[in-house]
Design a protein around this ligand. Structure first.
Ligand code: 3PG
Ligand code: MG
Length: 396
C-alpha cells in the first residue's frame, strides 16, 4: 500500500476521500470525531503545498440533492478545527466546483458537496459509476484515501477514482489498517466480540465468520431481536426483520457446533417508543409486552457482558447496546464501555456511532486499544474480506 509520504503532492491538486459522515441533529454536529480523525492528513497536505480537494458523503440522500444532507455544517466545523478557510462551492462536479478548484493555491482547501447527491456515486453499474469517477478524477492530479469508514463500499469516490490517479493511503487509513490487522491473525484468547447498533442488515451477515473466529459473541442493540425471536420470544414492537430471524436460527446451530457462545440479553429496558422522556421499565427478555420495544439491554445483561469483557484477552466492540443518545437508554452502552476500559484485554471499538457513544459518555479514547472510525468497514476487515477501497490502492 503506497502511503501519503511517498506521494508527490507539492503544487499538485490532491483529492482526499474522507469519511465525514458525522451525526447531525437540527443542523448541529453532535460528534466531530470523524472530522478530527482526518486532520493529520489534511494538515500534512496543506503544509506540503498541495491544493487540497476534500470529498465525502453524509447519510443516504438517495442519489439526488437534498439540503438536509448538505456537508455545509461539516465544512464550517472543518474550517474551525483547521483554523483555515475552507471553500465550499456547494457542488460536487458542476461549474462552481470547478471554479473553486481552479482558484486553489498551494496550501488551500476546498470541500465538495455530498458525493451521494449523484446517484452514480453508489451505482452498481460499473460504467455509470466509472463515468462519474472520470469527472471527479479530471479535477485533480492525485488521490489520497483517508475515509476508512467508507472503504467497504464499492463507490466511485472510494474504488474507481483511485484506479484513475496516482494514489496513496492517508494517515488515518494507515493507522486503521495497522490496528485492525492485530485482530486478523492469532489473537489472545478468550476473544470476545460485542455486537450492537441499529444497522442490522449491513452487519448481520458478519456473524457467520465471527462465529469461526471468536470464543464468545455478546449481542445487544437491535442485533439481539432476531436472536430473541429465533428462540421463540416475543419482541413487542422492537426493530425486527423476519429474514434475519431465520438467519439467526442458523447462527445458533452453527455456534453450537463450533463451540462459540452466543450470549443474548436476559433483560431489556423497554418503552412505547424511542422518544426521550417516555416512561420505561426493565423486563425479562422473554416477556417484552406486545406494545413496547427494547431500547437498551437491561442491568443484568450489562453486568454479565461486563464480566465476560473483564475475562477476555481480546475484545472487538461494534455498535452501541441501546439508544445511548437518550440518558434513559445509555446504561448498557456505558457499562460495556466501562468494562472495556477496565479490562486488560486488547480492545478495539469500531463504528461512527460507537465512537460517538464513547466520546459522548465521557470515556477517553486512550483507555481503549484503538477506536476505529469504521463500523461496517472494520467489521469486514477483521473478517478478512477485501475492502474495495484498499484493493484499489493496491492496483499499480
Ligand atoms: C458509516 O457511517 O458507517 C460510513 O460512513 C458508511 O456509511 P454507509 O453505511 O451509509 O455507506
Ligand atoms: Mg455509521
Amino acid at each position: 500500500m503506497k502511503t501519503l509520504d511517498e506521494l508527490a503532492v507539492t503544487g499538485r491538486r490532491v483529492l482526499v476521500r474522507a469519511d465525514l459522515n458525522v451525526p447531525i441533529e437540527d443542523g448541529r454536529i453532535t460528534d466531530d470525531g470523524r472530522i478530527r480523525a482526518t486532520l493529520p492528513t489534511l494538515t500534512a497536505l496543506m503544509d506540503r503545498g498541495a491544493e487540497v480537494v476534500v470529498c465525502a458523503h453524509l447519510g443516504r440522500p438517495g442519489g439526488k440533492p437534498d439540503l438536509r444532507y448538505s456537508l455545509a455544517p461539516v465544512a464550517a466545523r472543518l474550517a474551525a478545527l483547521l483554523g483555515h478557510e475552507v471553500d465550499f462551492p456547494g457542488e460536487v462536479v458542476g461549474p462552481a466546483a470547478h471554479a473553486a478548484v481552479a482558484a486553489l493555491r498551494p496550501g488551500g482547501l476546498v470541500m465538495l458537496e455530498n458525493l451521494r447527491f449523484h446517484d452514480a456515486e453508489t451505482s452498481t453499474a460499473d460504467l455509470y459509476r466509472g463515468f462519474f469517477a472520470d469527472r471527479l478524477a479530471a479535477m485533480v492530479d492525485a488521490y489520497v484515501a483517508d475515509g476508512f469508514g467508507a472503504m467497504h463500499r464499492k463507490h466511485a469516490s472510494v474504488y474507481d477514482v483511485p484506479l484513475r490517479l496516482p494514489s496513496a493511503a492517508g494517515y488515518l487509513v494507515q493507522a486503521e489498517v495497522a490496528a485492525l490487522r492485530q485482530l486478523t491473525g492469532n489473537v489472545r484468547r478468550p476473544y470476545v466480540v460485542v455486537l450492537g447498533g441499529a444497522k442490522v442488515t449491513d452487519k448481520f451477515s458478519a456473524i457467520g465468520s465471527l462465529i469461526a473466529q471468536a470464543d464468545q459473541i455478546l449481542v445487544g442493540g437491535a442485533m439481539a431481536f432476531p436472536f430473541l425471536a429465533a428462540q421463540g420470544h416475543k419482541t413487542g414492537t422492537s426493530l425486527l426483520d423476519p429474514v434475519q430471524t431465520e438467519q439467526a436460527i442458523g447462527y445458533l446451530y452453527q455456534a453450537a457446533r463450533a463451540g462459540t457462545e452466543i450470549v443474548l440479553p436476559a433483560d431489556l429496558v423497554v418503552a412505547a417508543d424511542r422518544t426521550a422522556g417516555r416512561p420505561h421499565q426493565v423486563v425479562a427478555a422473554d416477556s417484552v409486552p406486545p406494545e413496547l420495544m427494547g431500547l437498551d439491554i437491561g442491568p443484568k445483561t450489562a453486568a454479565s457482558f461486563a464480566d465476560r469483557i473483564l475475562g477476555a484477552g481480546t475484545v472487538f466492540w461494534n455498535g452501541p447496546m441501546g439508544v445511548f443518545e437518550s440518558p434513559a437508554y445509555a446504561a448498557g452502552t456505558r457499562t460495556v464501555a466501562q468494562a472495556l476500559t477496565d479490562s486488560r484485554a486488547f480492545s478495539v471499538a469500531g463504528g461512527g456511532d460507537t465512537g460517538a457513544a464513547i466520546r459522548a459518555l465521557g470515556f477517553p479514547e486512550s483507555a481503549f486499544g484503538y477506536v476505529s472510525t469504521g463500523g461496517g468497514a472494520s467489521l469486514e476487515f477483521i473478517q478478512g474480506k477485501t475492502l474495495p477501497g484498499l484493493a484499489a490502492l493496491d492496483e499499480p
